[in-house]
Ligand binder design. Sequence first.
Ligand code: MLT
Ligand code: MN
Ligand code: ZN
Length: 289
Amino acid sequence: MRVRLLGTAAGGGFPQWNCGCANCRGVRAGTLAARARTQDSVAVGDGGDWFLLNCSPEVRQQLESFAPLQPRAPRDSPIRGILLTNGDLDHCLGLFSLREAQPLVVYTTPAVRAGLERNAMLQTLQRSRDQLMWKTLILDEEQPLAGELLVTPFALPGNVPLHLKATVAPSLEDNIGLRIRHGERRLIYAPGAATIDALPRDADCLLLDGTFWSDDELIRLGLGERRASDMAHFPVRESIAQLKAMNTRQKLFTHINNTNPILVEDSPERRAVEAAGWRVGEDHLELTI
Ligand code: MLT
Ligand code: MN
Ligand code: ZN
């Protein structure tokens, strides 16, 4: 299977429009050893069939950056489906940019679908009866995608989307990871995880929540009161320690917040991540699994 990292930043992107932190200022000025990143999304392909894992607000630019995702006929898309790991805006807002009467197949848990269906704007994807087709992701059940690709969703501890917080009861289906299998090859995609205890350990490639380096990152930078744990993101520092023994050929972090020091290519935190056998995901990176 082919895997292309379309975007590797957390919500807001890197740099983030209203952020003047050292990382955002440095990447804008070109004075920092760091690359700009769009918001988290992955393309997975087998032959000519492609799937998007999450659909970021920058989806248009992400599709234009990768020829295999582009039309082969006057009205066409090789994207056979879009799988959502939660209903956060950084993961689903791009759906509304794909509204030009193109049929879309969207795979979600029932809880994530219910959250999306509260929004009147969803009707813009339902101009004809068959424009939006829902497929249900059932926790721990493997189902075929296309070609030889199969997906198994699994629950990960997370939060309900900010815009639903006061209005829905939390559910195990709010935040999931995806195991994509092609024969014996397995990709685990888990861009948001409050803990990593439930993470399957049998991956050939793991794309893990890299939002924050440390629990108190935003507090120490004077950018807010919220801890990584309040936002349901397990810190990178803890992940590399806890997963030391994990026997996975390729391990990468994605969904990286603009404040995270691992974005800086010559930082001690970046060196620690690499010394532990991990890579820091970046946009356009292609992996063969
Ligand atoms: C997150 O990853 O914690 C969310 O995307 C936060 C948000 O929706 O702003
Ligand atoms: Mn996010
Ligand atoms: Zn910033």
